[in-house]
Every structure is written in C-alpha cells, then in structure tokens.
Design a protein around this ligand. Structure first.
Ligand code: GLY
Length: 399
C-alpha cells in the first residue's frame, strides 16, 4: 500500500508538473551557505565549539568537542560551502575547524567513528586543497581505525567500550560502521597499506552476510563471538526493536554499499546496494521522508528522521550513476530528487527558525535524546546531496 502511495506521488510529482518545478540545486545550495554564515556569526571561538544539534523551538546550537562522533560534520559542511562558493572565508573556517580534530589521528581508537570524523573534515579538505599535511592525518587515522579489526570475525569492533545499558562482552559491529570503510579504501589507494583495503572489503562482505534479514532490512548491531567469529545475534540500540527497520541504520547501509561498489568494482556490492535501497523505498511515506523507525507502531504520529532522508538522497544519487538498467537508475535519481524536494520545502527547512539547514531529525529515540531536532549530520548529507545533484544537472561526473 505504502509503496503504491510513494510510486503514485513520485509519478504525480515529476510528470504532473512542469519541468521547472524540479529542484534547483544551486538555489538550495545558496540557502545552505547563508545559514552557515549565520552559524559562523554566533559560534563561540573557544572551547568545545563544534555545532551538533538544536532542540525544537530554540535557535541555540548544542556544541561538542572533537571527540564527539559528530565532530567531523561541521568542518565538512564548511568544506562543502567552500566548494559551492569558492569563498576564502569558508576556506579559512573549514581549515580552522578541521584542525581541532587532529588529535584523533594520534590517539587510541575509542570507536569506529573515525571515518565520520576525519574523512568528512580532512578528507574533504584534502580533496579540495591537496594539502599534504591533511593527507598525512588521514593516513594515520586509517591505521588507527584498522586497530579495531578482528580477523577472526572479519569486521571492525565498532564500540570497544562500555555502551550504557548494553552488556556486550563479545565483538559488536553496528551498521553505521559501513560509512567508515571509505576512509580505509581511500587510504589504501593513497599511500596506505593494501591491508586497509582488505579490512574494509572483509568488513563489507561479512556484514552483508550477517547483518540483514531476508527482506534486506538491517539490524542495527550484530554481536559475534570474538574467538570463533560466529554470529551470536542481531539486535538494536537506537531503533524501535531488534527486528525493526531503523531508518538511519538502513540509510547507512544504502550509502555504505554504494561506496563499497565505487571503491572495489565488486558487482555483489552493487547488487546489494540496490536490495537495501529497494526495501527502504518500498516502505517510505509519500513525501519520501521516513519516520525514525519503519516499525514504530505509533506511525503516523511518530517523529520523522530528515537525517536518514538526506543520507539516502545522497547515496541514491551516486547509486543512480552506477546502475546500468536505465529504468532502475532513473528510479533512484527520481526518488532522491523527491527526497531533496521535500527536504527543501518549508516543512523541513529551518529558514528563520534557526541557523541549521533542516528541522525534524531523530538522533536516539530510545534514549529520549535529539528527537525531532535539527542535527548536524542531516545538514552535512543534505548539502552533499545538493552538490551531487548540481553536478548531475550540469552533466558532470560525481567523482
Ligand atoms: N552513528 C550514530 C547514528 O547514526 O546515530
């Protein structure tokens, strides 16, 4: 039923309106960079000053320090703002905010989030400036992340620490970890060791085998026996239930397997990226923005998650460039455009309410934290998706 609603809305949206009604990526990018300027005007210039989220009804950012898993998104947004505008101010701010994260490359890995942190900040910085100091930091961080790999299991230990409320004596891997593989793939083709590629490849393959239900929806976490490598069970930490489809978890799978295909050329990853996308698209509400968990029984009164929509939109735009079947490729491109159109409407953009780009993301519902808020990673993937869409609209390649 819901799939039918999504398909009909998509058809009406794209074929029932003139072409000029389609999203103007350049205009939405201009909106984003104006919001960034507003944040730069209010950000404190000392201490823990990396924006993370804004609660509904407020315009005040909650700021965090460099160790927070979200620390790379704000510098990443500044790099994307520089890419969109070529403004020297954004360049200087991007470099300054990235520099706060440098210690992460040199200390013990305390979780898998190093890719989110260092690749979104320094990774984008190196892509745009080719500064060799940035490259050295990225390579060092990749080696740090690799220390969490358990060869008996074949995956990275995502949380090598106590997780509040979760007693997991064994090896845990979370679906979010898929995003941090890009750092390893990149490092192995930019001067790092070949084993970094092998670790990322193994993680993606083992996860593909163990982390999904028969309908291709993802568990949030899988627990393995750290000695035998055997899967013990799949469960959730941030989703509604162990067997539910947590929207952002599925978004990490869609984005992650698309990157794995780009980096390896392995056809199994491309096929899998489509499978995990198709189950998500089939169950979406008509506006293309998911509820925080597809199985929350309080739907349609459950909170939405704009961040998952932004991640998926960005991932699907890239996936659409890899899929050879024209109809399927168009399906992914159009679905991403619908998501970006909804996100760019007054229902989802923050506009004068606060200086983030978007409203209505859900961070950790079971913990009661960051529910229906502006969250920095929604903004990061939104601006990334708009830049990708702009390139595609101009007939340019994404990478
Ligand atoms: N990586 C944590 C999250 O998706 O909330």
């Amino acid at each position: 039923m819901r799939y039918t609603a999504f398909a009909i809305t998509t058809l009406l949206f794209f074929f029932g309106r003139p072409a000029s009604a389609q999203i103007n990526a350049a205009r939405q990018l201009a909106y984003c960079t104006e919001q960034v300027k507003k944040t730069l005007r209010i950000i404190p210039r000392h201490g823990n000053n990396i924006p993370r989220s804004i609660v509904p009804g407020s315009s005040e950012w909650k700021f965090v320090g460099y160790k927070d898993w979200c620390s790379g998104f704000w510098p990443g947004i500044l790099w994307y703002s520089y890419e969109a505008t070529k403004s020297k101010t954004f360049l200087a701010e991007a470099a300054a905010f990235s520099s706060a994260l440098k210690p992460l490359s040199a200390q013990h890995a305390f979780d898998h989030d190093l890719g989110f942190q260092i690749f979104n900040s320094y990774g984008n910085g190196y892509r745009l400036t080719k500064n060799p100091k940035y490259k050295a930091i990225i390579l060092k961080t990749a080696d740090t992340l690799a220390t969490l790999f358990n060869p008996k299991v074949g995956t990275i230990l995502s949380w090598p620490r106590e997780v509040p409320g979760m007693q997991w004596p064994q090896h845990n891997t979370i679906i979010d970890n898929m995003i941090n593989l890009e750092l390893l793939f990149w490092a192995s083709r930019n001067g790092g060791e070949k084993r970094l590629y092998d670790i990322a490849f193994s993680h993606a393959e083992v996860t593909m085998k163990n982390h999904f239900r028969p309908d291709y929806s993802a568990y949030h976490a899988v627990i393995y026996d750290r000695e035998t490598g055997k899967k013990i069970k799949g469960l959730t930490h941030q989703g509604y239930a162990d067997n539910s489809m947590w929207a952002r978890g599925q978004s990490w799978a869609i984005y992650g397997y698309t990157v794995c295909f780009r980096e390896t050329g392995n056809a199994a990853f491309l096929e899998f990226a489509q499978k995990v996308s198709d189950v998500y698209l089939a169950k979406l509400p008509a506006d293309g923005i998911p509820y925080w968990d597809f199985n929350d029984p309080s739907i349609p009164n459950a909170p939405k998650d704009a961040s998952a929509a932004a991640v998926v939109a960005s991932g699907l735009l890239e996936l659409s460039t890899f899929v050879k079947d024209k109809a399927k490729s168009q399906k992914y491109r159009k679905a991403a455009e619908l998501m970006l159109t909804s996100l760019s409407s007054s229902a989802y953009q923050s506009r004068n309410k606060n200086s983030a780009f978007l409203l209505h993301s859900t961070g950790h519902k079971p913990n009661g934290s960051e529910i229906d808020t502006s969250i920095i990673y929604a903004d990061y993937y939104y601006i990334e998706a708009l830049l990708r869409l702009e390139k595609l609209q101009k007939g340019m390649k994404l990478n």
